[in-house]
Design a protein around this ligand. Sequence first.
Ligand SMILES: [Zn+2]
Length: 323
Amino acid sequence: MKIRPRINRWTQARRNLVLESSINSSLVQPHFVVDGQGVNDEIISMPGIFQQSVDVLIETISKDVEFGINNHMLFPVIDSSLKDPYASAAHVDDMPLQNAVRLLRERFGDSIVILTDVCLCTATDHGHCGVIHNEVIDNDRTIPILSKIALSHAKAGADYVSASDMMDGRVKLIREELEANGYSNTGILSYSVKYSSSFYGPFREAASSSPSFGDRSSHQMDIKSGYPEAILEATTDVQEGADIIMIKPAFTYLDVVREVSKEITRPVAVYNVSGEYSMVMAATTDVQSRRKMVSEIFHSFKRAGADVIVSYHTREAMENNWF
Ligand SMILES: [Zn+2]
């Protein structure tokens, strides 16, 4: 299988993200991209986080960059009229997410890192992360679609396509699709160790991706699962060509971050998820108390072994020079 260690050092911005040990350089700001013009809708359960149309998003990220926020993860929010059982809209090249990536690349060149979310759930009418066949999520019918979505994001100019689905074998197929189309410098961030967690609730409002029936327990990891399964998932993805390994959620799995980071040879990312963010926002009423709490949280991620931190606190932390 193609392993390309150069992907993580291809640009200065990527090197800063994965190699610098400071908290500032590790932080990634998530964004939710919707269709339309002038859309800037705050997500009720996540104060300070918005669904934005491309025009507003570009201005938001331009301001973020002035504050030194150089790493941006984009999630597509697909209009319900475009959803179908196969997530077809997710790999159309001129959808809002792809347009946003293209415009960001034009404006900022290689000076920022753009990561894009690759999954089916935002574009399926049933809200599941895969194709439903015989009433179950069919792994092998799903992964070719994931690789098409990844290719569409790579064409737009993403640094890393971020496979958040937890299907088996998708990193290998995405790597092959990227190589076959000449995108050998596009990286893969794999959500290798993603638990079926109750901390994702606010995100599903943000990404309008709740399943209409059932749950995600047949592909996401059980919360009781121990280290062997986490290490198996992470090492398999590394062998298939993943460039960064994600563990999600963060708070309740720091022991897993520690164990996995000891076992693998790729940078480890943690996702400080929406439920964790909402808890902190609900528990703090002023910037100073939040600064102390977030500082304690981010240092715990670093101590556990995280190289990359995806967090909704990124903007407030960077704008106020918390680190
Ligand atoms: Zn999904």
